[in-house]
Design a protein around this ligand. Structure first.
Ligand code: ARG
Length: 468
């Protein structure tokens, strides 16, 4: 049953087994474990460490197990210590003693970290695909709402009006940085640990370049001690995930606010909202709330692994087994969050009318007045002061700035020319044409920069999704 019985005179207690075994969760690495074993077996035969016949036997039995794993039908013993033991036991049942040769020049220590890197590389590709899909939906919704104006906020007070396109694209660029971090962590993840042995390599004439290439890595790692002890690639992925969840949770919070009747900026599609068991009128933004809430567990996993690694001596320690569950949960959380959130944003009805009504309130065009006065040569500080007094007068009389006639305005500053009117929210947004600003041509520039980053089929899918 065990991979290490010889030195022991007693059976492991069931309590110790229940506490230490990882098979319950590392079974998720079954495919990668078998792939690693296949590459290792091929290499051993190629190098003459095993005979060609032994290599062929191992390869054929492992290929069969791989097929079973892919169908979810591999008859692993659930009492196995870990996935590595489970695969080896199955191999022994089928091949007898030859199975015992597979572990030549290998340790579970280099095996587990090879499995984990292989697994995470696949997940990175999937997460990146989901990120691109979400970016495409944001770009399509932005395209649609170039002319929808809402109040931009600072301190959650009306600040300056912005097009909804600009607001949505803000998230596009956050996700673009997330993709950059993901690609960066993939680069360092893409080195193969196999052949590092327990911690110090091996005297067998193995070929690490061959196994690295077989497994699709860009090459082998350089220092066996570092390789066995290293979980930086998991920390980096969790760091990427934590920041991505921060971004998603900010949008989640905005959607939650916007869906409240006091804002009324968005109406969620019934398919992406939930009801209340007691209050028949309720339509809750559950997806957004849970994305916001689930960011907590992802931050927890990042901090949890950092705490596991802190002060851990080289090289392998069983503490490292704690790297997996948090990572698995993070990947599941990200995948679920991105998928549901993308659907929610694709189908949400943005209420241009409510946004524009709100944009007309709160004096968010006051900066335009101050800017106009400053353009006439008045120091900006003075222009700010004049406009401030004007706003107080409007607040007192319950009027909007753009309702003020030239004569009324001249009571505050006599330089207003004939016919001057304070621009409304749309004109205010249109006037801010600095690079990266809110004017229609700047937003169009941004949209084409965004579209250029997306594969055409992703963009086509997003269009179908939003319009279908
Ligand atoms: N289950 C272990 C882990 O997840 C596999 C490596 C075990 N190595 C050992 N020497 N006990 O890290």
């Amino acid at each position: 049953m065990k991979l290490w019985g010889g030195r022991f005179l007693k059976e492991e207690s069931s309590e110790a087994a229940a506490f230490t075994h990882s098979f319950g969760f590392d079974i998720r690495l079954a495919r990668q474990d078998v792939l690693g074993s296949l590459a290792h077996a091929r290499m051993l035969a190629r190098q003459g460490i095993l005979t060609q016949g032994e290599g062929a036997q191992l390869e054929s039995a492992l290929t069969q197990i791989l097929g079973e794993v892919e169908l979810g039908e591999a008859p692993f013993d659930p009492a196995s210590e870990d996935i590595h033991s489970a695969v080896e036991m199955l191999l022994r049942e089928r091949l007898g003693d030859v199975a015992g040769k597979l572990h030549t020049a290998r340790s579970r220590n280099d095996q587990v970290v090879t499995d984990l890197r292989l697994w995470l590389k696949e997940q990175v590709a999937e997460v990146d695909r989901l990120l691109l899909g979400f970016q495409a939906v944001l770009a399509v919704r932005a395209e649609e709402h170039q002319d929808t104006i809402l109040p931009g906020f600072t301190h959650l007070q009306h600040a300056q009006p912005v097009p909804l396109a600009h607001h949505l694209l803000a998230y596009f660029w956050m996700l673009e940085r997330d993709r950059g971090r993901l690609a960066d962590c993939l680069r360092r993840m893409d080195l193969c640990p196999l052949g590092s042995g327990a911690l110090a390599g091996t005297g067998f004439p193995i070929d690490r370049h061959f196994t690295a290439e077989e497994l699709g890595f860009s090459g082998p790692t350089l220092n066996s001690l570092d390789t066995i002890a290293d979980r930086d690639f998991v920390v980096e992925f969790l760091g990427f995930a934590a920041l991505l969840m921060a971004h998603l949770s900010r949008l989640a919070q905005e959607i939650t606010l916007w869906a409240a009747p006091e804002f009324g900026f968005v109406e969620l599609d019934d398919a992406y909202a939930t009801g209340s068991s007691i209050m028949p009128q309720k339509k809750n933004p559950d997806v957004a709330e849970l994305v916001r809430g689930k960011s907590g567990r992802v931050y927890g996993h990042l901090l949890g692994l950092l705490a596991v690694l802190k002060g851990l001596p080289l090289a392998y320690n069983s503490d490292l087994q704690e790297d997996k569950e948090g990572l698995f949960d993070t990947v599941d959380t990200l995948t679920g969050a991105l998928t549901a959130f993308t659907g929610m944003i694709a189908t949400a009805r943005f209420r241009a009318d409510a946004m524009e009504r709100a944009a007309a309130l709160g004096y968010s065009n006051a900066t335009d007045v101050a800017d106009f006065i400053a353009w006439q040569g008045v120091p900006f500080r003075q222009a700010h002061e004049i406009t401030g007094r004007l706003v107080v007068a409007c607040v007192d009389s319950g009027r909007r700035l753009e309702e003020m006639g030239t004569e009324e305005l001249r009571a505050f500053w006599d330089g207003f020319p004939d016919g001057y009117r304070v621009p409304d929210a749309r004109a205010s947004a249109a006037a801010r044409s600095s690079f990266g600003g809110t004017s229609p041509e700047r937003v169009r520039e941004q949209l084409s920069a965004a579209a250029a980053l997306l594969p055409p089929d992703t963009l086509t899918d997003a269009r179908a999704r939003v319009n279908g």
